[in-house]
Design a protein around this ligand. Structure first.
Ligand code: NAP
Ligand code: GLV
Length: 306
């Protein structure tokens, strides 16, 4: 069995070493133009030339959860696209989102400013029931985040394409459930995949439906958010702030107004990182299952977009 590795911006050697150890019978190599056909590929942002040449692939294993960039390319016929299915990401996402929500709710930024100014001052405790959190997307990451927020006793709403039941979470689904979901939420957490249906979904109209003093946490993709609409809603005071991990252009351009905006906290697309060892173990076990003709989790439906 041949496995080819084509991950832009990723140091290949540790991945090759791990994959060779996990699949000792396989030939694992970095893809070069003109390389022989492989059975499976481990990829991140591969060039179109790679997919055009590797036309006999059975499995295309993306070393991330989001497959939006991969699905924009022309794929080999019949290949199964497989996303990372947690592999250590959901706990990181839960940490990140809970941290962002609690930091906002408990006004820790304000306390930090006070302390830096040598001020010992108290703020009035806020009522948790006035900070319902809405989680958009209740998949591998969204469900984990919704459950983690419940631990801190925030009222939690969730929205997905198809109906879901999660203990302690008020769930809504589809277009019919969207309005109620938004108007029930004050803090909005985006964990949707980027698809034709979800691009630009965070805009003046949708964010405007959040309760006054709303707060946005975008940890999914930059193209979900209409950036000028966020700036307008922050300026008008309808939104109190935002924590953003993803941007339409990454790295965020130096002159971008988000960098120094007083109501925006930003991080460089780091909320849930790919963990190499966990990812290799998962990919290797899925390759073994596929080769044995067994079903695997995390197969993407290209028509659905995730
Ligand atoms: P997932 O398991 O595929 O879950 C996607 C969820 O979104 C599902 O609940 C799905 O509904 C829902 N959904 C999809 N289209 C929808 C629509 N049109 N309307 C309403 N709900 C819709 O994905 P995941 O693993 O949780 O990851 C989510 C995204 O997080 C990824 O696609 C990626 O972009 C992003 N991500 C970011 C980072 C980072 O570091 N910033 C790291 C990893 C992932 P159903 O359940 O009904 O299908
Ligand atoms: C990161 O953004 C991922 O999709 O895994």
């Amino acid at each position: 069995m041949k496995i080819t590795f084509c991950c832009t911006g990723t140091k290949a050697e540790p991945w090759l070493e791990g994959l060779r150890k996990a699949l000792p019978d396989a030939h694992v190599d970095v893809w070069q133009p003109g390389a022989p056909q492989a059975d499976h590929a481990v990829v991140w942002a591969p060039p179109q030339q790679f997919l055009d040449e590797q036309s006999a692939l059975k499995g295309l294993f993306n070393i991330g959860a989001g497959v939006d960039a991969l699905l924009r390319l022309k794929l080999p016929p019949g290949v199964q696209v497989v996303r990372l299915d947690d592999a250590g990401m959901s706990v990181q996402m839960a940490e990140y989102v809970c941290h962002a929500v609690i930091r906002h709710f408990r006004e820790f930024d304000g306390y930090e400013t006070d302390v830096k100014a040598g001020k010992w001052s108290y703020r009035k405790p806020r009522e948790r029931h006035e900070f319902p959190v809405g989680v958009m997307g209740l998949g591998v990451l969204g469900e984990r985040v919704a459950r983690a927020l419940r631990v801190f006793e925030f009222p939690v709403h969730g929205w997905s394409r198809t109906p879901k039941a999660i203990e302690g979470v008020s769930t809504h689904s589809g277009e019919v459930g969207f309005d109620t979901f938004l108007s029930s939420s004050r803090v909005l957490v985006n964990l949707l995949p980027l698809t034709a249906d979800t691009q630009d979904i965070l805009n003046r109209k949708t964010l405007g439906r959040l309760r006054p003093g709303g707060y946005l946490v975008n940890v999914a993709r930059g193209a979900h958010l209409v950036e000028d609409d966020l700036l307008a809603l922050l300026d008008s005071g309808h939104l109190a702030g935002a924590t953003l991990d993803v941007f339409r252009t990454e790295p965020l351009p130096a002159a971008h107004p988000f960098w120094n905006h007083p109501k925006i906290t930003l991080t460089p697309h780091t909320s849930a990182r790919t963990l190499r060892d966990e990812s290799i173990a998962q990919i290797a076990s899925k390759i073994r299952a596929l080769e044995a003709g067994l079903p695997i989790a995390g197969v993407v439906d290209p028509a659905r977009g995730y």
